[in-house]
Design a protein around this ligand. Structure first.
Ligand code: AMP
Ligand code: ZN
Length: 463
C-alpha cells in the first residue's frame, strides 16, 4: 500500500518513503502532566494512534515514542512564568512527582479506554536530563547558544532556516516584539535551552551552569534522538506546536547534529467547543470521565473524532456527540445483522470495497472517507463476509467492531422470565453442565419457547 501524507514542512501531500523500508520511526509530543488531559488533547492522541494504525496496516513495523513532560514547560511560551508542574504542586500541596504520577496514570487509562495503542516508548523528561545537558553543552561549544543570568538561550539568528515550518519571519518578530521581560535575550524569538533554578524550584539538577532545569523544547530533541536516532521518519503534534515548539526543535537539533533530523512533520488540528476555543477558564474542557458520566462511552467519542479529518477543525457539541453515539450503535447493530447471516458476498464485490477503503486511508489518513466506505458496504444484502471485512478494517478504526451486541432476536417477543432461563442455560453450557442445560431447555419449552444455540449465544422463538 503506497501512503501519502501531508507534510507541514513542505506544505504538500507527499509519498511516504521511510528511511528503513520495513521500520517506521515516529515521535509524538506527549502531555505535560500537570493537569488532566481533556478531550481536545485526546483528539491529538487519536490522530497519533490512527497514523500508527495505518502504518501498521500498510505492513510497516512501527517504533513510536511519546514523551511525558514532567518538568520545564513554563506557563508562557516566551520562557517566563512559572513551571506548570511546580504551580500544580504548590496549589495542591503535593510534590511534582506525585502530581506527575497521578496524572500520567489517568492519562494512560484514558488512552486504553480509547483504544489508543500505547507508544513503544513513553520516556519521562526527568529521566533524561543528562542527555539534555549534553546537547546544551554542544550548542554552546558550536556558538549557537549563549548564557544569560537566568539560563542558556538558543540564538535563532544563527540558524538561517528558522521559521521554515511556520513561515514566520524573524525580522517581523523583532520589530513587533513586546517589551522583553528578559533584556539579555538577543532576539525576542531566542528560547531557553536551560533555566537556572531559583532555590524554591523543587525539581533542579546540577549542570555546568549551576543548579537548573531544562527548557521544554530541548526535551523532545533529546528524547527523540535517544530513542529513535536521527534522522527519523515522522514527528507529530498539535498545530499549536508549529510556530514555537517545533520550530525550536528543528533549529536546535539541526544545529546540534548538522543534518535534517525529521522527514515528515504532521500536525493535528484543534477541537473547538461550540465553535470557540476550549479553555480551562471557560470551563469547557471536558474530560473523558465526564463524558462517561453523561452516558457517552470512550468509543462514542472515538467515533466522533474519526468522523472528521485530522487536518480539519472539529467542533465539539453535545448534539454532534449524541449523533455519533447513535451512529456508532447503529453501526454495531448492522454489523451484528451481517454477522448472523450465512449468505455469501461475491469476492469481486468485497475486493472493490476493500480497494476503496485502502485508497481512503492511504490518502493522508482519510478515515472519514473510510467510514463512508464502511457505511456504503453495510447497505449490501446481509452477509457474514461483509462483517468480517469490516472487522479487518477495524485494525485502522479501533472501534471494537469485534464486540457486537447480542442478537436482537433473543430480546424480542420472549418474556423476561424466559430470557432469564435462556441466560441461565447459557451459563450452564459454558460450564459444560449438559444435564442442567437440558433441564432449562425443557422449562423454556414448557413456557412456549424454543431455544437455539448460535455462535455468540442463543436465539429464542415461539414454539
Ligand atoms: P499539552 O498537554 O497542553 O501540551 O497538550 C497536549 C497535546 O494536545 C498537544 O499535542 C496539543 O497540541 C494538543 N491540544 C491541546 N489542546 C487541543 C485542542 N483543543 N484540540 C486538539 N488538540 C489539542
Ligand atoms: Zn515536543
Amino acid at each position: 500500500m503506497d501512503l501519502k501524507f501531508y507534510n507541514t514542512l513542505t506544505r504538500k501531500k507527499e509519498d511516504f518513503v521511510p528511511i528503513d523500508p520495513k521500520l517506521v520511526r515516529m515521535y509524538s509530543c506527549g502531555p505535560t502532566v500537570y493537569n488532566y488531559a481533556h478531550i481536545g488533547n485526546m483528539r491529538a492522541y487519536v490522530f497519533m494512534d490512527t497514523l500508527r494504525r495505518v502504518l501498521t496496516y500498510a505492513g510497516y513495523k512501527v517504533k513510536s515514542v511519546m514523551n511525558i513532560t514532567d518538568v520545564g514547560h513554563l506557563l508562557s511560551d516566551a520562557d517566563d512564568g512559572e513551571d506548570k508542574m511546580e504551580k500544580s504542586a504548590r496549589e495542591q500541596k503535593k510534590t511534582p512527582k506525585e502530581i506527575a504520577d497521578a496524572i500520567s496514570a489517568q492519562f494512560f487509562d484514558d488512552l486504553k479506554a480509547l483504544n489508543i495503542n500505547r507508544p513503544t516508548v513513553t520516556p519521562k523528561a526527568t529521566d533524561n536530563i543528562p542527555e539534555m545537558i549534553e546537547i546544551v553543552v554542544a550548542l554552546l561549544e558550536k556558538g549557537y547558544a549563549y548564557e544569560t543570568d537566568d539560563g542558556i538561550y538558543f540564538s535563532v539568528e544563527k540558524f538561517p532556516r528558522y521559521g521554515q515550518l511556520s513561515g514566520i519571519n524573524l525580522d517581523d518578530q523583532k520589530s513587533g516584539a513586546r517589551v522583553e521581560v528578559n533584556d539579555q535575550k538577543r532576539h525576542p524569538a531566542d528560547f531557553a535551552l536551560w533555566k537556572k533554578a531559583q532555590p524554591n524550584h523543587i525539581q533542579q539538577w546540577d549542570s555546568p551552569w549551576g543548579m537548573g532545569f531544562p527548557g521544554w523544547h530541548i526535551e523532545c530533541t533529546a528524547m527523540s534522538n535517544k530513542y529513535l536516532g536521527s534522522p527519523f521518519d515522522i514527528h507529530t503534534g498539535g498545530i499549536d506546536h508549529i510556530p514555537i515548539h517545533h520550530e525550536n526543535e528543528i533549529a536546535q537539533s539541526e544545529c546540534w547534529l548538522d543534518k535534517k533530523c525529521v522527514n515528515y512533520w504532521m500536525h493535528g488540528e484543534f477541537m473547538l467547543f461550540d465553535g470557540g476555543k476550549m479553555s480551562k477558564s471557560l470551563g469547557n474542557c471536558y474530560l473523558l470521565s465526564q463524558l462517561n458520566e453523561m452516558g457517552y462511552s470512550a468509543m462514542d467519542f472515538r467515533y466522533f473524532c474519526l468522523n472528521t479529518h485530522y487536518r480539519q477543525k472539529l467542533n465539539f457539541t453535545f448534539d454532534t456527540l449524541a449523533a455519533s453515539k447513535t451512529a456508532y450503535n447503529r453501526l454495531l447493530t448492522l454489523l451484528r445483522q451481517h454477522f448472523d447471516s450465512d449468505v455469501r458476498t461475491e469476492e469481486r464485490v468485497l475486493k472493490a470495497f476493500d480497494d476503496e477503503f485502502n485508497a481512503a486511508i492511504s490518502d493522508d489518513l482519510n478515515v472519514p472517507m473510510a467510514l463512508g466506505v464502511l457505511w456504503k458496504m453495510l447497505k449490501l444484502p446481509k452477509s457474514k463476509d461483509v462483517c468480517l471485512l469490516a472487522q479487518k478494517w477495524d485494525a485502522v478504526f479501533g472501534l471494537n467492531l469485534d464486540k457486537l451486541p447480542q442478537p436482537e432476536k433473543q430480546q424480542v417477543n420472549a418474556p423476561q422470565e424466559v430470557i432469564d432461563l435462556a441466560e441461565e442455560r447459557l451459563v450452564a453450557r459454558k460450564n459444560k453442565d449438559w444435564a442442567k442445560s437440558d433441564e432449562l431447555r425443557a422449562k423454556i419449552k414448557a413456557s412456549g419457547y424454543d431455544v437455539k444455540d448460535t455462535a455468540t449465544g442463543y436465539e429464542l422463538s415461539k414454539s
